[in-house]
Design a protein around this ligand. Structure first.
Ligand code: GLA
Length: 729
């Protein structure tokens, strides 16, 4: 039983295979947080109760005398004496915002509910149990339901919140967080993933300090700058040992994650929709559902925290049609041709692709509108440019399919160019504020996805092309963030709902397309990896990781991304050398080895490959087909961080049954004397014997993990090696 309720102590205990989470209802029906951490057998944690009465600056509950500002609250609310960051603030018709929720009832059931209109992890009745705690704010008539799901197959607990207006008067949600945890200590480091365009998800680790540390987005997108993820880890936690708590929002719009250390040394971690410029009016009988927060605890360091996220997202989040299914190896023409292509050029690339064993051609930006020869115009005009695709999209697709390839197409469905037919016809379809100028970015504006007519238009355009040209894959791009956030159809009081309404509209469009085309593969993209989040993964099981395709830079980016997201979520392509973003030369082999850490593909002009490179492509494709399952379904061990000394990086995938492992080692920069290097593998069975694909010798798992694999040889800058270990019985 993953979830139990002990009526004597009025305690809920949620268990996953190795973790426990405990909530207690105390006098006054306040909902108190008791414990989150390694699994414990005890249910009754009432001994942890304390009541501090420490003076007039910590007001007491009028019902119990407890100062709520000293307690570990399960879902803290505004205005009742807990002066830390609140999770919920409701403004009633009387204009006040004091919010006071008290327990009224609960339910425990098998499985996991769907979050209406929102992406979320999913689970069968055997995989999880759910607890719903109802609480009430009698003054406004809000019924607040805290929803917790404990997975029985992963060390993960998810949270979300529903608020129902059970009164006959409206009220306004001014702040509604998905959840978080109050911890009785502040002895933690905070890890988060920062970045910018072409440098996404760089891990940063800092000590918690008194006051607030927060990461957030106000971009109406999760953004390149901060991923909606943080970890709280003990100061001595590393990849292999120590406490690691991971928190990740399943959400793609403006978010905030705050860690606040109070004056007693307790830490509050709270995450949800960014309350800046957000509110939501709930009329009588209406309900609002928050996005989902995923919480993972590992006592075995950051590595096991990441592997838990990987398993959970691979099996219970990423677009379910694609669960366990290998995605096609593709060639994308973007860095190969940019806007300079026509149907003949595409067919000649497709011919080479088919000859080399590539499985899909993706036609990137520039195929639509009338003048899309640069990024100045035509977004929104999703009809084929017959000056470039002279034979028409249907015929181009037929020829590509005839070569045995699948066919994919780039769209940027949320955008509109001011120079476009669509803008001429519907200037009010973009986000804008009457009387203010729109700020262009890449010379484009953003469509107002809170509008049903806009959503229908986009679905119609995309559906007719997908149908007509038999499109199997869509690269869904999104190349700017929002400004002048306003909608022509929302009332003044609803304008603050737009950041959330927009993303609900986006999720609806993706879902309707998938309902219509269940075999469609959507790849997310946002100027590279600017919207790489768990919300998008629910619809698009893979996301373009970064516009930086330099293999050495990609090691950093893929390393940081792997803190949360599995290899199967990252798209990674081999591109030309010197690289178009950094002008660095890297060997064909290393470019391939790094790209094999995700969904593999090519992003160059295949017509320009030499014979030797063509042979290398054939070998890479054979290798990728051999290792793809191990990489994408195996356990990742990050062995040498690229950030450690900028000299080397190494990582390893181990199959779930520990019968094989794949080691990748890259020399990012060679020192004058190459070092003696023995890389200790991890995650193997010490009792098993493994044969190395490199020297053919058989080693015990114990030796490979304790003595290590020899990397003593004359490596040069950018050299790399991949070694496969297979069990010998
Ligand atoms: C973005 C994407 C690229 C490419 C271009 C096309 O930058 O990240 O991969 O599709 O747009 O304009």
């Amino acid at each position: 039983m993953p979830i139990i309720f002990d009526p004597n102590s009025r305690t809920f205990k949620l268990d996953t295979p190795h973790t426990s989470y405990v909530i207690e209802i105390i006098d006054g029906d306040y909902i108190i947080h008791r414990y989150f951490g390694a699994k414990i057998p005890d249910t009754d944690l009432t001994y942890m109760h304390f009541s501090r009465n420490i003076g007039s600056f910590f007001p007491n509950s009028p019902d119990t005398g407890i100062a709520l500002g000293t307690q570990l609250m399960e879902y803290p609310t505004h205005g009742i004496g807990d002066f830390r960051a609140s999770a919920l603030m409701i403004r009633g018709v009387d204009g006040t915002a004091t919010t006071d929720i008290r327990y009224i009832s609960h339910r425990i059931y098998k499985g996991k509910p769907v979050l209406e209109g929102l992406p979320a992890t999913y689970a069968s009745e055997n995989e999880a149990e759910t607890l719903e705690i109802d609480a009430e704010d009698t003054h406004t008539g809000a019924v607040v339901t805290l929803v917790y799901t404990a997975f029985s197959c992963h060390d993960a607990i998810t949270r979300s919140v529903r608020v129902k207006n059970a009164s006959d008067k409206p009220f306004v949600l001014e702040r509604i967080m998905s959840g978080g945890v109050d911890m009785p200590s502040s002895e933690y480091d905070l890890i988060h993933l920062w970045g910018h365009w072409a440098k996404e998800r760089t891990p940063e680790r800092t000590r918690l300090h008194h006051g607030k540390q927060s990461i957030e987005s106000l971009r109406m997108s999760s953004g390149h700058q901060h991923n909606p993820f943080v970890a709280l880890v003990s100061p001595d936690t590393n990849e292999d040992k120590g406490d690691a708590y991971g928190f990740n929002l399943v959400y793609s719009s403006s978010f905030v994650i705050e860690a606040e250390v109070d004056s007693f040394g307790a830490t509050r971690l709270i995450a949800g929709i960014n309350p800046t410029d957000f509110s939501w009016k709930l009329g009588a009988g209406e309900t609002f559902t928050s996005p989902e927060l995923v919480m993972v605890y590992s006592s075995e360091g950051i590595g096991e925290m990441s592997r838990t996220f990987h398993r959970l997202y691979t099996n219970n989040l990423c677009c379910r049609q694609w669960k366990g299914i290998k995605r096609p190896i593709l060639v994308n023409n973007w860095e190969g041709t940019y806007f300079d292509f026509d149907d003949e050029k595409l067919i000649s690339i497709a011919r080479d692709a088919a000859d080399l064993g590539i499985e899909m051609l993706v036609l990137d930006d520039g195929w639509f509108g009338t003048n899309r020869n640069n990024d100045d115009c035509d977004l929104g005009d999703w009809f084929v440019n017959e000056k470039k695709i002279r034979c028409g999209m249907k015929e181009l697709s037929r020829q590509i399919h005839e070569l045995g390839l699948k066919f994919g197409l780039w769209f940027e469905p949320e955008m509109i160019s001011p120079i476009s037919k669509l803008y001429d016809e519907h200037p009010d379809w973009c986000l804008h504020v009457d009387g203010r100028k729109c700020s262009p970015a890449r010379r484009q504006y953003v469509l107002d996805y809170s509008r049903a007519d806009v959503r229908d238009y986009i679905i119609d355009c995309m559906s007719s092309l997908i149908e007509e040209a038999d499109i199997e894959y869509v690269k869904w791009d999104f190349n700017r963030n929002m400004t002048e956030i306003g909608s022509a159809i929302l009332s003044p009081e609803q304008q603050k709902e737009l950041t959330h309404r927009y993303v609900l509209g986006l999720y609806e469009v993706m879902q309707r397309l998938l309902d219509k085309f269940p075999n469609l593969l959507i790849e997310g993209c946002s100027g590279g990896g600017g919207r790489f989040d768990a919300g998008i993964l629910y619809y698009a099981p893979q996301i373009w990781t970064s516009d930086d395709t330099d293999a050495i830079e990609r090691i950093d980016i893929q390393y940081g991304t792997s803190y949360v997201y599995p290899a199967s979520a990252m798209s990674a392509h081999l591109s030309a050398s010197p690289n178009h973003q950094t002008w660095r030369d890297t060997s064909f082999e290393t470019r391939g080895i790094v790209a094999m850490g995700g969904n593999f593909g090519y992003e160059l002009d295949l017509n320009k490959l030499t014979e030797a490179e063509r042979d290398a492509v054939r070998k890479q494709i054979a290798d990728y087909n051999k290792y793809q399952k191990l990489v994408q379904e195996g356990d990742l061990y990050r062995l040498i961080s690229p950030f450690k000394n900028r000299l080397h990086s190494a990582w390893e995938y181990v199959s779930p049954d520990k019968s094989e492992a794949l080691l990748t080692f890259v020399v990012m920069r060679r020192e004058i004397y190459s070092r003696y290097y023995f890389i200790k593998l991890r995650g193997l069975d010490p009792e098993k014997m493994y044969r190395s694909s490199e020297d053919g010798r058989v080693y015990s798992g114990a030796l490979l993990m304790n003595g290590g694999v020899s990397m003593v040889r004359d490596f040069k800058d950018g050299d790399s090696i991949i070694v496969h270990f297979t069990e010998v019985k």
